[in-house]
Structures are given as structure tokens and as C-alpha cells.
Design a protein around this ligand. Structure first.
Ligand SMILES: *Cc1c(COP(=O)(O)O)cnc(C)c1O
Length: 442
């Protein structure tokens, strides 16, 4: 496409498309990037520039763009069944996916409820938890506890358990209050304290809170091991182990939002595995379809399922979305799970994550402005001390000029790349990050 045709596409986009999570006026200065195609971890724009997708297109892509295996599975599904409603009907892709996910939890979470995006999965888990307690005769248990810096989506219900002021403040009158509890953020360690010590302190605060309030609390919702949207806050698995025990003692559900950290991101398929625990509800979305189609899933235990199983319609979980259990999305997820097995992805990622860490430590480990360089599996982040105003946008622009897509969250630079980076890609990611940092700080 010629550049004048590009220019026209960009102005048409700004006139007709309301872009997400964007102050549209900023695009008076910052150009949109028209992407023509993708291939592996690379995106190509209409002028032939390329960008390494260092954030997996908002954390969704696992095995690269236009992955041939996922593509082939989808093409076959397209010619078989594109969609059928899931109330009163079923189909092979949704059954197989539910069984495989149950298998991955060792049958601990054997009931899969489907929706299309992550925020809906949060809403479903909150509703299911409160409804569970109501069905058990405790209707007053309908409040939720969540952690400082948490992010569970941006619909009105999900905002009630999300602690990101920028997303929440404008809608405060619409959003129900909840109980915000101390985060086990490992960066809070005092001299001589370990991340596990910080986790134990946060767990003690949870215990004290539930001692006083568990009569009205249905569930605690957490992002296991890494709180993504507030800046890749990492914490010790000890918190999850203790939170599981404390919730059990106080008859409070534990909801694990693995929308970002699931599907191998943290080094195990589910982040909860590193704590050796299972929640009552586990949420998946983002990577589960390989980054191909909107799909979210709430996995729950047989205890939860049994609380709704009754002759009385109103005791059932009467929640639905039009595209619940869409066969194409389920098929993309099955192809994604096949790749995990065929390519032994969890083991291969251990090596890839080690190389990623080495490359960043080498490029930035001793940089005077870099703080808390941290990593959990295929998520790596660092904070930038004394960053100038507009740092995030400056870094983003400087990285793009160096063939790299990274979008810092405030002063935190992070990467969460697809699991298909070559050694050269990793070297590029680290070097272009270091160069972009110099430009953004200049
Ligand atoms: C992205 C995300 C969500 C929301 O998912 P959407 O599909 O964007 O609605 C919820 N929780 C976590 C932890 C996320 O990272």
C-alpha cells in the first residue's frame, strides 16, 4: 500500500474507531501504526517496518502470529461448525477443552463455565461465589476482598475488585466498595527481609481481616504470583499457600485470576502450581486461545458445582453470553494445548526464560536508573528511578523506532513475549530495550 493510502487509513481510523485505553487526543502527536500482517513474534506495518511483539499483543499471543498449527485447526473448524448456542446444545470442541483443562488441574477443578473476555470471567466468579453462599443459606456473605494493586478487568463488577485508580476513579459512584488488603509485593521487603517474609506479613493482614469480617465475605480474589496491570508486581508463592489455608479456615472462597499468568507465563502451566494449591475458582482467558479469538473460562470445583445442582431453576447459575463456548475459540484453545504437549513448551520455556533473564541482566543489570529487575518465567520487568514525565510514551516511541513493541506501565518497563523467540530475538529485545531507555531518559 502506498503511504498516501496509509495516511488515509490512519485518519479514517481516528475518525471512526474509538481506540481502547487511549486518550484519543494524544494521537494528534503519536501516530497510529497500521499493521498489515504478523509472522511469529514479528508484526509488519504497511510501510514494511517490523516490530518484535515484546508484549504478545496485550499478553494474549503464545506461539506467534499466524501460527500454522492453530491456523490449520481453525480452518478445519470453520468448515465444520462455526457456532451453536451452548444452552441445550453441546459440541466436541467445548467438551474436549473442558476435559483437558480439568485434567490439567488433576480433576480438582472439573467444571468449566465459558465466556468471551477476561472481565466477564471475573464477573462470573464473583457471582458464582456469592450465589454459592446464598444457596448454602448465607446470603450475607456477598462482599469481596482483593489486593492492593490488583487488576481483574474493567466492567463495573470487575472494577469493584480492581485497585488501579486510573481505571476506577471516574466510575467510583457506579462501583461497589470491597475490602482492599495489603499486597505481598516483594519490593516492599525491608533490609534483611525475604520475599517470603513480605508474603507472611500480607497473609497475617488477611488473617486479621477475615477474623473480623468473614461473615460477610464471599471470596478473596488474587492474581497468582504476578499482579500484571499495576506494573508486574511479583510476590512469593508463600502468600498463596497461606491464603489458601486462611480462606479454608474462614470459609471464604479463593478465586485465582490466571487470565494473565496462566498458560505457562510464570513457568508452570498454572501459576498456582508453584504454591502447590488449587483455588475454588480459576480464571483463564488471554493466552488460552493462543491469542486468536476471545475466550474466557471459569474452572470450578465439584463442591461449587454441587451447590447449584437442584430441581429449583433459581438455584442454578443463570448466566450466559451469546458466544458462550464458541466452537472456533475452543478449537483454537485445543490447538494451543496441543502445542504445549507436542513442543514440551513448559520445559523449553525454562531455557528460553533463562536466556531472557541473562540478556536483560547483561544489557541493563548495572544501569544506574534500573531498580528491581525481576522475572517470573516468561515475564520480566524493571522499574526506572526518576523517570521524566511522559516516560512511558517516550519509551514506547523510542522502542518502535528500534523495531520493538513494548509499552511500559508508568515507570515499569516489562516484557511478556510469545514463547517462540529465537536467541537473536531475545538479544534484540534486550538491546533495543536498553537503547530505548537511554532515549526516553535523555
Ligand atoms: C486482562 C486481564 C483481565 C481482563 O481481561 P479482558 O479480556 O481484558 O476483559 C482480568 N484479569 C487479569 C489479571 C488480566 O490481566
Amino acid at each position: 500500500m502506498s503511504s498516501s493510502a496509509n495516511a488515509s487509513l490512519l485518519s479514517r481510523s481516528l475518525a471512526s474507531v474509538w481506540h481502547p485505553c487511549t486518550q484519543m487526543k494524544h494521537h494528534e502527536q503519536l501516530p497510529l501504526i497500521p499493521i498489515a500482517r504478523g509472522d511469529g513474534p514479528w508484526l509488519y506495518d504497511m510501510d514494511g517496518h517490523r516490530y518484535l511483539d515484546g508484549i504478545s499483543s496485550w499478553w494474549v499471543n503464545l506461539f506467534g502470529h499466524t501460527n500454522p498449527r492453530i491456523g490449520a485447526a481453525l480452518k478445519e473448524q470453520l468448515d465444520t461448525l462455526e457456532h451453536v448456542m451452548l444452552a441445550g446444545f453441546t459440541h466436541a470442541p467445548v467438551v474436549e477443552l473442558s476435559e483437558r483443562l480439568a485434567g490439567l488441574t488433576g480433576a480438582q477443578l472439573g467444571h468449566a463455565f465459558y465466556a468471551s473476555d477476561g472481565a466477564s470471567a471475573t464477573e462470573i466468579a464473583l457471582k458464582m461465589s456469592a450465589h454459592y453462599w446464598r444457596n448454602h443459606g448465607y446470603p450475607e456473605k456477598n462482599c469481596f476482598a482483593y489486593l492492593e494493586g490488583s487488576y481483574h478487568g474493567e466492567t463495573v463488577g470487575a472494577l469493584a475488585v480492581t485497585d488501579v485508580a486510573l481505571f476506577r476513579d471516574a466510575y467510583a459512584p457506579l462501583v461497589r466498595g470491597g475490602d482492599c488488603l495489603p499486597s505481598p509485593d516483594a519490593r516492599l521487603a525491608e533490609p534483611g527481609e525475604s520475599p517470603a517474609d513480605v508474603a507472611r506479613k500480607a497473609a497475617a493482614a488477611l488473617e486479621a481481616h477475615l477474623d473480623a469480617h468473614s461473615g460477610r465475605i464471599a471470596a478473596l480474589i488474587v492474581e497468582p504470583l504476578v499482579q500484571g496491570a499495576s506494573g508486574m508486581v511479583m510476590y512469593d508463592p508463600e502468600y498463596l499457600r497461606l491464603a489458601r489455608q486462611i480462606c479454608n479456615r474462614h470459609q471464604v472462597h479463593l478465586i485465582a485470576d490466571e487470565i494473565a499468568v496462566g498458560c505457562g507465563r510464570t513457568g508452570t502451566f498454572f501459576a498456582c502450581e508453584q504454591a502447590g494449591i488449587w483455588p475454588d475458582f480459576l480464571l483463564l482467558s488471554k493466552g488460552i486461545s493462543g491469542g486468536y479469538l476471545p475466550l474466557s473460562i471459569v474452572l470450578s470445583s465439584s463442591d461449587v458445582f454441587a451447590a447449584f445442582y437442584d430441581d429449583d431453576t433459581a438455584r442454578g447459575f443463570l448466566h450466559s453470553h451469546s458466544y458462550t463456548g464458541n466452537p472456533l475459540a475452543c478449537r483454537a484453545a485445543l490447538a494451543t494445548l496441543d502445542i504445549f504437549v507436542q513442543d514440551e513448551v513448559i520445559a523449553a520455556n525454562q531455557r528460553r526464560a533463562a536466556r531472557l533473564g541473562e540478556a536483560f541482566r547483561h544489557a541493563l543489570g548495572t544501569h544506574p536508573r534500573v531498580r528491581h529487575l525481576r522475572q517470573r518465567g516468561m515475564i520480566l520487568a524493571f522499574d526506572v528511578a526518576d523517570a521524566p514525565p511522559g516516560f512511558s510514551r517516550r519509551f514506547f516511541a523510542a522502542a518502535l523506532e528500534r523495531e520493538l513493541l513494548l509499552r511500559p506501565i508508568g515507570n515499569t518497563v516489562y516484557t511478556m513475549p510469545p514463547y517462540v523467540l529465537s536467541d537473536d530475538d531475545i538479544a534484540h529485545l534486550a538491546q533495543a530495550s536498553a537503547q530505548a531507555l537511554e532515549v526516553a531518559l535523555a
